[in-house]
Design a protein around this ligand. Structure first.
Ligand SMILES: [Zn+2]
Ligand SMILES: [Zn+2]
Length: 154
């Protein structure tokens, strides 16, 4: 048996593997903080069992495998965006977080292969992953002294 773990953690309800950099759900109740769930449905199941009065599922992104110390990206689903000051957006650290995936194509793929619907938040989560991977690849290209990002940087 190999010691290599290919997933990050397992869902507390169904045992499904949550991959590195995958989306998972966390319980807002502090005594449940150690558990993770693969979906809101699985989180829902533990809710009556634990007798929560005020709780909600928090969507999180699992950390990538290589750098476990990187904090998971917290997603606030209902954040009203502050109107961006256009001049400040030119700062490198302040690049607007746009959706980078073609939603219709991804939805069609997920539907065709797994017969699943795709929630809108998935596009944001995947965009974060793409940005993360692209950032790493760009740094490689820069370290190589190149001006062009290439497939082998990924
Ligand atoms: Zn589950
Ligand atoms: Zn809980």
């Amino acid at each position: 048996m190999s010691e290599e773990r290919t997933y990050w953690r397992k869902c507390a309800t169904c045992g499904k593997e949550i991959p590195y950099r995958g989306i998972y759900q966390k319980c807002s109740v502090s005594s449940c903080r150690k558990s993770v769930w693969c979906s809101v449905d699985c989180w829902d199941i533990h809710n009556p069992v634990m007798n929560h009065k005020n709780s909600w599922a928090e969507e999180e992104t699992a950390p990538p495998k290589e750098t476990e110390m990187r904090a998971p990206i917290r997603k606030i689903v209902s954040s009203s965006k502050p109107s961006a000051t256009t001049s400040a957006a030119a700062n490198r650290g302040d690049i607007p977080k746009e959706v980078l995936v073609v939603a219709s194509k991804l939805k069609a793929y997920v539907k065709a292969k797994y017969d699943l619907n795709t929630s809108g938040n998935v596009m944001d989560a995947l965009s974060d992953i793409i940005r993360y991977e692209a950032d790493k690849a760009c740094e490689k290209a820069i370290a190589d002294g190149r001006k062009t990002l290439m497939d082998r940087d990924f």
